[in-house]
Write a protein that binds this ligand. Structure first.
Ligand SMILES: Nc1ncnc2c1ncn2[C@@H]1O[C@H](COP(=O)(O)OP(=O)(O)OP(=O)(O)O)[C@@H](O)[C@H]1O
Ligand SMILES: NCC(=O)N[C@@H]1O[C@H](COP(=O)([O-])[O-])[C@@H](O)[C@H]1O
Ligand SMILES: [Mg+2]
Length: 391
């Protein structure tokens, strides 16, 4: 075999594209799968498969035909029962079939974190009807946050201020949910000071943590992230301890994005991705090894040298579309890159998704600077200079 490993990537968005590049640099053969043709990772992979990954028969068939060494999920919407089957037959599922099963639905991971592991989370209840949602909100109090148990990037998520708003939130969650299970989580609204993603790498040699990433969200979707974000030593230690408990329970090797809310010295576990995290795209410019390089090395069992921040501070800012379109082009990339200077590097990633939708993430601006505020402002400017021109 002329490749170091065969990797079947399930999900081919921007995170998969950067992962595929990292894995290919290490000599892997990558088969990129997603539900639509021309997805970002398919553009850089060795082969592509277009099929709905929630379709168990199609998924099993693709795995059997490609006989990968590693199955690497990149999205949550996958028929995870099939992953458990192939894992039992000897294929490595990253990080583990159980991790993908537990994180696919918010209920499983929340019950593991809050119940089994006893981690501090927001107060929550699940609901399968509007009446149950009303009871759940009476338990959490207002404001509360309503989310489908199966969704990501804020889809179907809303914050409810009063009892009157609950109907709209329930309808919005049902409309925005993925899969066929009508079930939501109603969570206490946490008045946090800031929130972080703690990139946590589980390797055969032990666990590594990247410096904490701060981020800002709108509509439940990330707008900008920066690294490092200042945290008290006590808060960071608490977050690391919780992240370790969760990833050790989920098992396997790879990088996880563990999300926390921080209020004073109190650290509240929110959720996690058993894979690179969107807010972690800042590591494309901030670290000697990006979150994608780290995922690839952890999976392939390759050594990971001491992590270094290449700059004092770095940031990412999203480039969003504002409408549905199939015909559009990008302008301003040269203007964006011209913002770089000595001591403040800039870069962009344009994902080259085939169609736009309102709020669809189409790229990111990246920047470094002597401090986080300057890096954030510069990354935003870089992103703003890239214009999507609709034809
Ligand atoms: N209980 C809460 N209290 C306050 N804010 C919240 C709460 N739950 C979610 N949020 C806000 O909404 C954001 C998105 O929530 P969450 O991470 O649960 O959604 P998601 O759909 O899984 O997003 P992603 O897939 O991008 O991680 C959080 O990062 C936070 O800013
Ligand atoms: N928060 C999860 C996340 O950021 N996932 C990333 O977004 C892609 C889907 O984008 P799309 O909805 O634009 O197709 C996924 O494939 C993954 O790369
Ligand atoms: Mg999240």
């Amino acid at each position: 075999m002329s490749f170091t490993a065969r990797i079947l990537l399930l999900g081919s968005g921007e995170l998969g594209k950067e992962f595929a590049i990292s894995a290919k640099r290490l000599g892997a053969y990558v088969i990129a799968c997603d539900s639509y043709a021309g997805a970002p990772a398919m553009q850089v992979a060795d082969a592509a498969e277009t099929f709905p990954m929630l379709d168990g028969d199609r998924l099993r068939e693709a795995i059997a035909r490609h006989a990968p060494d590693f199955v690497v999920p990149e999205v949550e919407a996958i028929r995870t029962e099939i992953l458990a089957e192939v894992e039992a037959e000897g294929t490595v599922v990253v990080p583990s079939a159980r991790a993908t099963q537990m994180t696919m639905n918010r209920d499983s991971i929340r019950e593991l974190a809050a119940g089994t592991l006893g981690l501090r989370t927001s107060r929550y209840r699940f609901a399968e009807s509007f009446e149950e949602a009303a009871e759940a909100a009476a338990y959490t109090g207002f404001p509360c946050v309503v989310k489908p148990v199966m969704s990501s990037s804020g889809k179907g998520q809303s914050t409810v201020e009063t009892r009157e708003g609950l109907h709209a939130a329930w309808d919005y969650a049902v409309a925005g949910m993925r899969g066929d299970r009508v079930r939501v989580i109603v969570e206490e609204f946490v008045r946090f000071d800031y929130e972080i993603t703690l990139l946590t790498v589980r390797t055969r040699e032990g666990i590594l943590f990247c410096p904490p990433i701060g981020h800002r969200q709108e509509r439940g979707d990330y707008q900008e992230s920066w690294q490092p974000t200042p945290m008290s030593a006590a808060a960071l230690a608490a977050a690391q301890e919780m992240a370790r408990a969760v990833v050790d329970d989920l098992g396997g090797y790879g990088l996880f994005g563990v999300e926390f809310f921080v209020a004073g010295d109190e650290v509240i576990f929110s959720e996690l991705s058993p894979r690179p995290h969107d807010t972690g795209m800042v590591t494309l410019i901030s670290q000697n090894l990006s979150e994608f390089d780290l995922h690839a090395r952890a999976i392939l069992g390759l050594p990971i040298p001491a992590l270094r921040l290449a700059h004092p501070a770095a940031a990412s800012a999203v480039i969003l579309a504002d409408r549905e379109a199939e015909r559009f082009r990008y302008e301003g990339v040269a203007d964006a890159l011209a913002l770089g200077s000595d001591g403040a590097e800039v870069d962009v990633r344009i994902f080259a998704k085939p169609v736009t939708r309102p709020f669809r993430r189409m790229g990111v601006g990246l920047a470094t600077a002597p401090d986080a505020d300057t890096a954030r402002a510069l990354a935003r400017q870089v992103a703003d200079r890239v214009r999507i021109v609709y034809e």
